[in-house]
Design a binder for this molecule. Structure first.
Ligand code: UDP
Length: 318
């Protein structure tokens, strides 16, 4: 089959590209980012890398008419962007999915939309079920713009589904692994990694009792592949995550131990890291019954094993 993966040069996109090519499919990626994470595929005749914007309509039309299924992963992601450049987040995320759906609708191609656990916001009804309520803060608080942009994207998906387009919405929960952001930036695991590998204090935000369920990238990708192939997934929202919950303080301690670091933990106030325009999520736990039942995928890589692999990779990236 032929897959178009927008955002294919990113963390998830590059792993999805590897998986699809590994299964003998043809893959074209559309991304503005450098080829750093897909460089190892550049000589592969089944692979094509188009470096352009998701908002370039002409390119998008050509690529969507070529493919069988579109995976729309291109987005502006990362806390630093939610609070630093909300305009870019809203512009790319909302107009990107809209453009993909409009073109895919004309061509009648299935769209898999990568959404996020951020959509649930600060809901306290855990585990988060796909049809559960979203609880967001004020629009004066920039951090909610990402959650909102993805929720708008989901609404667009279901609006087009109503018109007859096959769509699947997947919501990722804190996926990590090799090729995640650069060390020291982006998400908590890469920030902690830089600190533990240098033996510096690990910056735990707040009291560190906030929890997440980190999902190893291989598990997330198996579920993602399945979401594009299984007929039963069409028209659904499906959480992609793990149910191994850990608080951030414990995550820091585990990473210190696994890397053999001499780092200590230091507790820093939230405003010092993200500024005032931020609200943290206290508990984020997915209900993964649909992932198991519809996608037929269960998480297999335990957190310690996944962290070990991730630490090894960042020590000597390949
Ligand atoms: N966090 C932390 N120290 C850091 C960076 C992040 O304690 O240096 C915390 C952050 O406050 C949040 C959790 O780690 O509670 C996960 O943050 P991340 O940005 O990775 O993703 P989120 O799940 O919040 O979208």
């Amino acid at each position: 089959m032929r897959f178009l993966i927008t955002g294919g040069a990113g963390f998830l996109g590059s792993h999805l590209t590897d998986a699809m090519l590994g299964q003998g499919h043809e893959v074209t990626i559309l991304d503005v980012a450098s080829d750093l994470k897909v460089r190892h595929q550049l000589g592969n005749p089944q692979f094509r890398y188009v470096r352009d914007s998701i908002l370039n309509r002409e390119i998008l039309e050509g690529l969507i008419s070529w493919c069988d299924v579109v995976y729309h992963l291109a987005a502006v992601v990362g806390v630093e962007h939610y609070v630093g450049d909300p305009y870019q987040v809203l512009n790319v995320n909302v107009n990107g999915i809209q453009a993909v759906l409009q073109v895919a609708f004309k061509a009648q191609k299935k769209v898999v939309f990568s959404s996020t656990s951020e959509v649930y916001g600060k809901s306290s009804v855990v585990p988060f079920r796909e049809e559960g309520d979203r609880v967001l803060g004020s629009t004066k608080i920039d951090r909610w713009c990402y959650s909102t942009s993805k929720a708008v994207g989901e609404h667009f998906c279901f609006a087009f589904h109503k018109l007859g387009l096959p769509v699947v919405v997947i919501r990722y929960f804190n996926v990590y692994g090799p090729r995640l952001d650069q060390m020291d930036v982006g998400r908590v695991i890469t920030i902690f990694l830089g600190q533990v590998l240098r033996g510096e204090p690990v910056t735990v935000v707040g009291d560190g009792k906030q929890t997440r369920c980190f999902t190893y990238v291989d598990d997330a990708i198996r579920a993602t592949v399945s979401a594009g192939l299984k007929e039963e997934a069409v028209g659904e929202i499906i959480n992609i995550g793990s149910d191994e919950e850990i608080c951030i303080k414990d995550l820091a301690a585990v990473m210190v131990r696994l890397s053999g670091s001499r780092s200590s933990l230091t507790f820093v106030p939230q405003e010092a890291v993200y500024g005032k325009s931020y609200e943290d999520i206290r508990r984020r736990v997915p209900d993964i019954r649909r992932m198991r039942e519809i996608l037929d995928v269960s998480p297999q890589v335990k957190l310690e094993e996944g962290l070990r692999r991730t630490i090894d990779w960042f020590r000597s990236p390949s």
